[in-house]
Design a protein around this ligand. Structure first.
Ligand code: KG4
Ligand code: ZN
Length: 402
């Protein structure tokens, strides 16, 4: 029989990509600690996440990060929180990098085996949605009205889910109602920033520079960002795109706009200024995202502003169309790109106009963290939905039905 301490405390562990994270959350609503060791500066040298380096860093960080999460939880609780006080350990099962996921999973399995505590497997994407729900209940707001339309938009994912709670144990169910057929929105931000000689990850750089440009200077036509559809109405097969189900789908495509930016760079002879900017940034790592405007001519700032305007517009249009068509009663936007200021402003304004409640995570919980994993595990703990001892990493794990 597994030990349950009845404290409501779950230790969450997240290692799906380039952040090693651990957090202690009480009853799915109160984060006592939330520790994230970011590998961003390591991968920045390569302009993207290097899987082997990520695994090695997770191995180095996992023990100190968990220790720090337990110690900060003790400080927040006002008494020493020990492993024995935990009701369960939750870990990200996927999607993500296989080697990176394995570090968190192996550690969590060893810990729960040693402590005789339940292990809970959490889908990373479900975690992003619960980051928002957790913070809403932390602020003692009324629960978000169901069904929720959730846009999870990050470096690896751009998905729309219709989320509901069902059954006696209020289990969460998800229906995938849209996804990117090629690049994720964050991936487009990162690739365009790299192309323009800006830093990594690209989202925060573009976010900081876009307000200095004219968002209407460069027109990215809708055909450049909408998914290609064959004559019979189907989308072209793509290994990143999951099979389609019945019912309306609200898909995205971000590879076209990336190519359009490249074309603009070539036709407007921006190469030399890009190389100069890249050299200046690598010579002086203290240059901040805001300072980078001094390294950009107006044409580049206009291009950046227009790119962001088009991407956010596309995310907004598809999300609102899905919410309307599927009768969603509220909207949640989560994942790294949800940190974007223009995205927040435009989504909030449009949701207000339509009288639809909308919620975003705090900036700290927009990007990868473990509090969201512990929060998503809470309903699973109540439902005794535990992982088996042979839990493995599932790099392509999907969330919900399609
Ligand atoms: O959720 P996350 O930390 O990791 C993944 O699961 O991918 O998201 C990282 C992504 C990166 O592509 C990054 O460029 C993007 O989120 N991002 C942003 C902003 N902050 C992070 N994109 C646009 N604006 C931002 N402020
Ligand atoms: Zn993520």
């Amino acid at each position: 029989m597994r030990e349950s301490s009845g404290t409501g405390l779950i230790l969450g562990i997240e290692s799906s990509c380039d952040e090693t994270a651990a957090a202690v959350v009480r009853s799915g609503t109160t984060a006592l600690s939330n520790v994230v060791a970011s590998q961003m500066s390591l991968h920045a040298n390569y302009g993207g996440v290097v899987p082997e380096l990520a695994s090695r860093e997770h191995l180095r960080n996992i023990v100190p990060v968990v220790r720090e999460a337990m110690s900060r939880a003790s400080a927040a609780a006002g008494y020493p929180v020990t492993f024995a006080d935990l009701d369960a350990v939750a870990v990200t099962e996927g999607p993500g990098l296989a080697g990176a996921l394995l570090v968190g999973i192996t550690y969590a399995k060893a810990l729960t085996f040693g402590l005789d505590k339940p292990l809970i497997a959490v889908n990373h994407l479900e975690g992003h949605i619960h980051a928002v729900l957790m913070e809403a209940s932390e602020r003692s707001e009324a629960p978000m009205e169901l069904p929720i339309l959730a846009l999870v938009v990050s470096g690896g994912h751009t998905h729309l889910y219709l989320a509901k709670q069902q059954g006696n144990d209020s289990t969460w169910t998800y229906r995938n109602v849209g996804h990117t057929v090629d690049d994720a929105a964050g991936e487009a931000y990162d690739k365009v920033a790299k192309l323009l000689g800006l830093g990594y990850p690209g989202g925060p750089w573009i976010d900081a520079l876009a307000p200095k440009g004219n968002p209407r200077a460069v027109t990215f036509t809708f055909s450049e960002i909408k998914p290609r559809i064959y004559r019979d109405g189907s989308a072209p097969a793509n290994k990143k795109a999951p099979p389609r189900s019945q019912g309306p789908h609200f898909d995205f495509s971000f590879s076209g706009i990336k190519t359009a930016v490249l074309r603009y760079v070539e036709t407007h002879h921006l190469r030399a200024s890009i190389e100069a900017r890249r050299a200046a940034l690598s010579a002086d790592p203290s240059i901040t995202q805001k300072d980078a405007a001094q390294l950009c001519d107006q044409q580049t700032l206009d291009l950046i502003a227009s790119f962001q305007h088009a991407v956010v517009g596309n995310l907004l249009r598809q999300t609102l169309a899905a919410a309307e068509s599927l009768g969603a009663c509220s909207i949640v936007v989560s994942g790294g790109v949800a940190a974007n200021s223009e995205l927040r402003r435009r989504f909030q304004a449009e949701a207000d106009r339509r009288g639809l409640p909308i919620a975003f995570p705090s900036l700290a919980l927009s990007t990868d963290n473990a509090a969201m994993i512990a929060a998503a595990a809470w309903p699973k703990l109540l439902a005794h939905d535990f992982a088996s001892e042979d839990l493995g990493a599932t790099p392509q794990l999907r969330l919900g039905q399609r």
